[in-house]
Design a protein around this ligand. Structure first.
Ligand code: GLN
Length: 395
């Protein structure tokens, strides 16, 4: 739909980087309209995980049993991992910064909802979208966060007060920290290597003086289905702007306005996007509105309340995996339909978007296959300085 569209203005995030003296290298590939978890559903082709070049032979890459970069902001993660740039932005609605960061072995930060401006970011699910920051190190994340965070008159959901500068506490006192391990994140499909790394990291924190305990978040098991309903509803509403009249793809018959809209939208969107628009319009039908949309909104509140209860009970941060495994192979990923891919890929990342809290994926190990393995830390709203300080300690 937007393949040949050149926006007449810069996103606030981009403008702020330029103002701070940064150099913009380019735009990165991603899943169409940020819908996906593999960066394969793009009109520009698939993103290849740069780790393949270390781990696999060229023959394997050609035979297509190479590993995916994750998504939806896979191009950004691959660019940082390959050293093509120092940092990149992604869009994080349900995990699109943290998932590819995990598979490409870099740091992926999803800040608190409202900390960074969404002006210029194409909306997917307005109530969850945040620009994400991808870097090689936590220190670089903090530098970038300080450059881009804060109020923007063009995004009414951005925070009014100035919360910068975010700083790293290099002498973090772990004896004052309580880290929670949510029981519900022990999901089926979690690889042994990830479980082992999760356990070892929790032990490491405990040995260094932190209090580590299991916590319960009973509503997280509804997260994926709830995310799916809310995502489709917001997509159905958001995507009504793409008619091909003022901008975007103009294709096919101009016999009637309806015909023109239908053809532009048929040729301008891939199957995943069309599927979500259709599902969203179904959930929003008058007879379904309460059963699906309102119910999902109520469940979202319960999921968010689980986080609040845990943090109010004295837990400072939550430690979980970012993804079930290391980067899946292209062939394995392609065997699944979009819905089951999302179910597997977004399981640990969507909860933070539901609650609007900050989360960071930190690369910690290399798997037996020679690929990166990462864990995720989540904290209360606007706890970025302390969250990143703990992530830096673990790094
Ligand atoms: N995989 C999720 C989806 O397809 C997440 C997308 C995102 O964070 N942009 O909706």
């Amino acid at each position: 739909m937007l393949q040949s569209y050149n926006p007449p203005y810069n996103a606030t995030m981009v403008e702020k980087v330029i103002d701070a003296g940064g150099i913009i290298v380019g735009k990165a590939n991603m899943d169409e309209f940020a819908m996906g978890s593999g960066s394969l559903d793009s009109c520009h082709g698939a993103v290849i995980n740069p780790w393949n070049l270390l781990t696999f032979s060229c023959n394997q890459i050609q035979r297509s049993d190479w590993c995916i970069a994750g998504g939806s902001s896979g191009g950004s993660a691959a660019a940082v991992a390959a050293g093509a740039c120092l940092a990149a932005f992604g869009s994080d609605t349900g995990g699109s910064t943290r998932n590819p960061a995990s598979y490409c072995g870099i740091v992926g930060l999803k800040p608190t909802y409202g900390l960074l401006s969404r002006h210029g970011l194409i909306p997917l699910v307005n109530s969850m979208d945040v620009p994400g920051i991808m870097t090689k190190t936590i220190e670089d994340s903090v530098i970038l966060l300080n450059a881009v965070a804060g109020h923007d008159i063009r995004d009414s959901t951005t925070v009014q007060e100035s919360l910068t500068p975010f700083t790293l506490d290099h002498e973090i006192d772990l004896s004052k920290l309580h880290v929670g391990i949510p029981k519900e994140f022990h999901a089926p499909g979690l690889s042994e290597e990830v479980v082992e790394m999760w356990r070892a990291t929790a032990d490491h924190l405990e040995q260094a003086g932190a209090k580590v305990s299991q916590v319960y978040m009973p509503h997280t098991r509804h997260c994926l289905i709830c995310y799916h309903v809310l995502c489709c509803c917001e997509v159905a509403s958001n995507f009504s702007r793409y008619t091909g009249i003022e901008f975007g793809l103009r294709s096919g018959s101009e016999e009637s306005t309806e015909e023109l809209y239908a053809q532009n939208r048929h040729y301008g969107f891939n199957d995943v996007v069309r599927g979500r628009i259709l599902a969203g319009n179904f959930f929003l039908l008058r007879k379904n509105f309460d059963r699906f949309f309102l119910k999902a909104q109520r469940i979202r509140r319960l999921i968010s309340n689980d986080f609040k209860a845990v943090f109010d009970s004295g837990v400072h941060f939550l430690l979980t995996p970012t993804t079930l495994t290391d980067a899946p192979s292209f062939n394995w990923f392609c065997e699944k339909d979009n819905r089951s891919r999302c179910a597997e890929q977004d399981i640990f990342t969507t909860p933070a978007n539901m609650a609007g809290i900050p989360a960071v994926s930190i690369p910690l190990r290399i798997s037996r296959r020679g690929l990166p393995l990462s864990l995720q830390l989540m904290g209360p709203h606007f706890s970025e300085s302390r969250l990143l300080s703990l992530a830096h300690w673990l790094e």
